[in-house]
Design a protein around this ligand. Sequence first.
Ligand code: NDP
Length: 246
Amino acid sequence: MKRLENKVALITGGSRGMGAAIAERFAAEGADVVITYSKSADSADKVVEKVRQQGRNALAVKADSAVADDLRQAVKQAVAAFGRIDILVNNAGVFQMKMLEDYTLEDYDHMMAVNTKAVFVASQAAVAHMPAGGRIITIGSNMAERLATAGALLYSMSKSALLGLNKGLARDLAGKGITANLVQPGPIDTDMNPADGPHAESIRSHTAIGRYGQAREIASLVTFLASPESSFITGTEQTIDGGYNI
Ligand code: NDP
């Protein structure tokens, strides 16, 4: 039997990068998948197509994670299509580099809305439809715990808040048989942080393993956390960064 046989998963930001890799891996493990996206409808359609090629069902929902009603609507559409949500992956995120004096309050509000508030909103909406055995997996960042560069204070703050949110989810939901865990990637080769980008050499040099990670390596850990094998793991932070933070 596959590890996620007949599970229903909702993945925010599943059109590209890690979210897309997680959606495809979940399908390979037997899950039906709902992904959200904000802009990339064509990429989202391709992910849906890849899931269907693996014999599973999929749905792409346009939902801006910065807008609470969009997220609640996405949860409703997932439940209307599949009846429940077994696994929520809070993955959508935005990254912006600026120095303290250059940030605007709009920058602040947007970063906090997508990276932090959306995790609270989606988790609250999804647990109403999540049976015992449910899983909430949130994608944070290793920059929540060690910031090796200037110019990323809002991103670091938005991801640090998830440490507390994740612990609270674990405590509040344990009685319902639901676990919550935080995955904190280091440099992963996606559109957000390409392995051939302008800062890539310096970023790579900070890792012990000496390379960027691949989205599929994050999908591997998320799949384990989503599976029944992780049943005694809750409230944890799993840093997966090639040794960047050690
Ligand atoms: P990408 O930029 O490659 O993909 C981001 C995904 O999130 C896309 O599917 C995008 O949708 C979606 N998204 C962005 N903004 C919104 C929004 N407002 N509403 C809904 N969806 C949105 O990023 P990654 O795959 O690299 O990042 C995934 C997660 O991992 C993020 O939380 C990120 O912060 C975190 N992370 C990334 C690291 C890295 O090195 N890459 C390192 C550590 C953490 P659309 O296509 O429609 O824009």
